[in-house]
Design a protein around this ligand. Structure first.
Ligand code: AHR
Length: 327
């Protein structure tokens, strides 16, 4: 009998563990209201922690859930779409009220989003979009216009260089919406300037260490003749800054650098003259994400894209703006 009880206890523990993890790293904060009343439970599938931007987004969503007394089941996919899909299945098994999804890449979501829809769970996309044939598979997308961000960076560089520059492009995660769109917007902006050429374009996966590594390799093969770096995020740009310095060159002077996100470290680099411009991409999406969750649960309809407005910051304004940065 004792043996049977132990076996049952072990089986229950395994099931609870599997439901809790969804294969990625998963955790949950709070379960029921203090008076025992039931609270809204939301599953949040996050991509990972590849950049300062992403950490700020995670903090914003955690903070907002706590402020509103919402139970948040958080799953970190550690950069793997399969882990995100597993997390969504776990959220279905846990019968959450809504799901917030930051999708790593654009494609491959349709089957799992159909499962979520069949379970009657509304999905709010944050930060990145998905490529699906049926828009009813999600309630809304709360995100910046990544094409416009790329355009802003391209226009700034064209103006700054007078329309002549050999450019190294450090791209984001292959297949992700920001990598696709920031590349497209930038190309659109420089298209009218035949003197602007992208001479290298390589992924740094939105990571600082990868940005450095890729830039080091490019500088080894071609030290002269690089006028500018366009990085799809600040972290990769800051990695490139290090690589350029280690080659004995001056980032921000010998090689101009423009990137996207506008994280605090980018402002620090601008005050030091090492980065020239950064386009803002606001990660503080928590308030809007939970407004959308609550509206969806009330049965209200929402626009398919709630656009987050961005702007470009230049080196000359960095010192004044740095103290006001929230991420
Ligand atoms: O999807 C937004 C992008 O993802 C940010 O620009 C980048 O830093 C992040 O990892």
């Amino acid at each position: 009998m004792n043996y049977l009880r132990t076996l049952l206890q072990i089986s229950a523990a395994i099931v609870a563990f599997l439901l809790g993890t969804g294969c990625g790293r998963s955790e949950s904060s709070g379960e029921a209201g203090e008076n025992g009343s039931s609270r809204i439970t939301v599953g949040f599938s996050q991509i990972g922690a590849e950049s300062a931007w992403r950490t700020a987004e995670t903090e914003s969503i955690r903070f907002e859930a706590k402020t509103r007394g919402i139970v948040l089941k958080f799953s970190d996919a550690r950069g793997d779409q399969m882990n995100q899909i597993a997390a969504l299945r776990t959220f279905i098994a846990q019968d959450v009220d809504a799901i917030i999804l930051a999708p790593i890449v654009e494609t491959g979501w349709e089957p799992i989003l159909r499962e979520v829809k069949a379970a009657g769970i509304p999905v709010i996309l944050v930060d990145r979009g998905v490529d699906v044939s049926d828009e009813s598979l999600y309630v809304t997308l709360i995100a910046s216009d990544f094409v416009e961000e790329g355009r802003m960076a391209g226009q700034w560089l064209a103006e700054r260089t007078g329309g002549t520059a050999n450019i190294v492009e450090l791209t984001g995660t292959t297949g992700s919406a920001p990598a696709n769109d920031r590349a497209a917007g930038f190309r659109e902006a420089i298209a009218g300037h035949p003197g602007m050429q992208i001479i290298h374009s390589q992924t740094g996966d939105f990571e600082r260490s990868m940005g450095k590594q890729v830039m080091e390799a490019i500088l080894k093969s071609e030290r002269a003749g690089i006028d500018a770096v366009y990085a799809h995020n600040d972290d990769m740009a800051l990695g490139a800054v290090k690589a350029i310095e280690e080659e004995g060159l001056k980032p921000g002077e010998d090689i101009l650098i423009v990137s996207i996100d506008s994280v605090r470290d980018a402002f620090v680099a601008m005050t030091e003259g090492k980065l020239n411009a950064t386009v803002e991409c606001n990660p503080l999406l928590g308030p809007q994400a939970f407004d959308a969750v609550e509206a969806a649960l009330r049965g209200e309809s929402l626009p398919k894209w709630i656009k987050v407005e961005d702007r470009l910051f230049e080196q000359m304004d960095a010192a004044e703006i740095l103290p006001t940065r929230k991420y």
